[in-house]
Design a binder for this molecule. Structure first.
Ligand code: HEM
Length: 234
């Protein structure tokens, strides 16, 4: 409202921005925060490591305020964020429309439904293509045999060469969670900062234990949790 008339957004533009902030920014980040707490409630050993790391950071801070740089440098906090964003990506797939006739090369031969091996797929202009973020982030060809396990410690070692070969460059940690290329997420640093800040204060103040409720993670545009009646009768 303080901007000059020529720089001011119209109401329609403003509404479009709010939609982006709510769906692209809030649903994604809040659901992956929940997912991380769910995982941590089942991995008290890792939760203790983070709590110790936070407590040491707090001792170093003394009377000083927590800074962005200090928060970003906490190794276990960083590793649990990367690993949860990899294994439990909030957005599981993306869609694109092919803008010109092209051929999609495959990284290895696959058997088609007529029994032939194929190594490329012709795509006509206008074809809708859905590709799986989830599949890439969990691929054993890319991440190794333990790809489907939640192992934050993998981020303390160099990544496998296969995870460094992503054409076009993912924006974050060689994972597809925030997509890649020129339409990749513009908010990934904001999401990472938000996650770490929230965990810093939550894990410092509270211990997260498993719930008696069964928690289901629903595949939707953004993966979200829900509970049913406690089936275990506890
Ligand atoms: C864990 C949190 C987040 C995840 C997993 C995520 C994931 C993604 C993905 C996969 C895309 C590509 C969508 C597509 O190509 O169809 C995207 C785009 C986008 N994200 Fe995020 N995002 C997150 C947080 C945020 C935040 C915090 C913001 C804003 C502060 C944000 C703003 C945007 C915007 C504006 C785009 C569209 C970029 C473009 O098309 O040029 N995202 N995000």
């Amino acid at each position: 409202m303080v901007a000059s008339a020529e720089n001011r957004l119209t109401d329609d533009q403003l509404v479009a921005q709010v939609n982006t902030m709510i769906i692209a920014a809030t649903d994604t980040t809040s659901n992956v925060l929940s997912r991380t707490l769910h995982v941590l409630s089942e991995r008290l050993d890792v939760q203790d490591k983070i709590r110790q790391e936070i407590s040491d950071a707090r001792a170093n801070l003394g009377e000083d305020e927590l800074t962005y740089d200090m928060l970003m440098e906490l190794p276990w906090l960083d590793a649990i964020c990367r690993e949860t964003l990899r294994l439990y990506t909030p957005a599981i797939e993306l869609d694109r429309v092919v803008t010109r006739d092209t051929v999609l090369p495959l990284s290895r031969h696959v058997l088609d439904n007529k029994g032939n091996f194929i190594h490329k797929i012709p795509l006509a202009k206008g074809t809708n293509v859905t590709f799986s973020i989830y599949g890439y982030n969990r691929s054993k060809d890319v991440w190794g045999p333990d790809a489907t396990e939640w192992k934050p410690e993998r981020w303390f070692s160099p990544l496998p060469e296969s995870a460094k070969m992503m054409p076009n460059g993912t924006v974050y940690s060689n994972i597809m969670t925030f997509s890649a290329g020129k339409r990749a997420c513009i908010g990934f640093k904001s999401a990472k900062f938000e996650m770490k800040l929230i965990f810093f204060y939550l894990v410092e103040a509270s211990k997260f234990l498993p719930t008696d409720d069964d928690i289901f993670w629903n595949a939707s545009y953004v993966v979200y949790p829900s509970t049913l009646e406690n089936k275990r009768g506890r």
